[in-house]
Design a protein around this ligand. Structure first.
Ligand code: ZN
Length: 267
């Protein structure tokens, strides 16, 4: 009898403790820092002057911090602002040597855009940046994601990339390869904040999950949601395609925390 009671008492706690993303103290990774009891009001947390997501876990406030890929190894800190106090918390980042990847792109304008393409790319940037810089105060419902596409993980996050032997930005997301037309689903509840057809990203959907947790889905053949629409975990967002800069049909999945791209595999 006592044993059953104990298990029942432990169960909700176990479920709650599972909702944090996996911690990985490297550039492109995530740090979870316990801040204190939820009996005190939620503090505001800043990392490199950017607001950080706070979630309740086991009756404690936890800061979930995205570490930029460009971060140097060493000690970093967050500022925790409560009603009357500001406290600094330190944490360590170690280096990670992401492997290199060499990709051949047949459409040369996707590697070296012409002046008209460059104009288009810069005209698209404000809409994309606006989506990525979204901050909404509502509590985050779900940090335990489902995979947006059933398919093959074809390219991990963080690879140093060379397109036609030219060094480019590192791989900012996780690629899942699947046939054109495969359903792309929302990995967690959220709000559609932007849909569009962009030069490199192709047909794109951005979701806001609250408190700076934003996800993006690129290269779609079809978009089946509209900006302003609320989605549940599993709601169809569209279909896999090969629009934008690709070598074959896949979804490129981005996850942003505090305006920083992090490894989606940690969710
Ligand atoms: Zn990708």
């Amino acid at each position: 009898m006592n044993k059953i009671l104990l298990i029942l008492l432990l169960l909700p706690q176990l479920a709650l403790s599972n909702t944090l993303p996996r911690q990985l103290a490297v550039p492109g990774g995530i740090i979870n820092i316990e801040l204190g009891s939820i009996e005190t009001p939620a503090p505001e947390v800043f990392f490199q002057d950017k607001r950080v997501l706070i979630i309740e876990n086991n009756r404690k406030w936890i800061a979930v911090i995205g570490i930029p890929l460009k971060s140097k190894a060493g000690v970093h800190s967050i500022l925790v602002k409560s009603t009357n106090t500001t406290t600094e918390y330190n944490f360590d980042i170690v280096d990670k040597d992401y492997p290199a990847q060499y990709i051949t792109i047949k459409n040369k304008r996707m590697v070296n855009p012409n002046p008209d393409d460059i104009k288009r790319i810069s005209s698209e940037r404000p809409a994309i940046n606006k989506a990525l810089n979204t901050w909404t105060e509502q509590p985050v419902e779900e940090l335990l994601f489902i995979l947006p596409v059933i398919g093959r993980l074809s390219s991990p996050f963080g690879l140093k990339r060379f397109f036609n032997n030219q060094p480019k930005n590192p791989h900012s997301g996780l690629d899942i390869a699947a046939p054109t037309g495969t359903t792309i689903s929302a990995p967690a509840p959220g709000l559609v904040i932007n849909t569009g057809s962009y030069y490199y990203n192709g047909n794109t959907v951005f979701l806001d999950h609250g408190q700076g947790l934003v996800t993006g889905y690129f290269h779609m053949s079809k978009i089946t949601v509209k900006a302003g629409q609320i989605v549940e975990q599993g709601t169809k967002l569209g279909e896999v395609g090969e629009t934008g800069r690709v070598t074959g049909p896949h979804v490129h999945w981005n996850v942003y925390l505090n305006k920083t791209k992090v490894d989606p595999a940690l969710f």
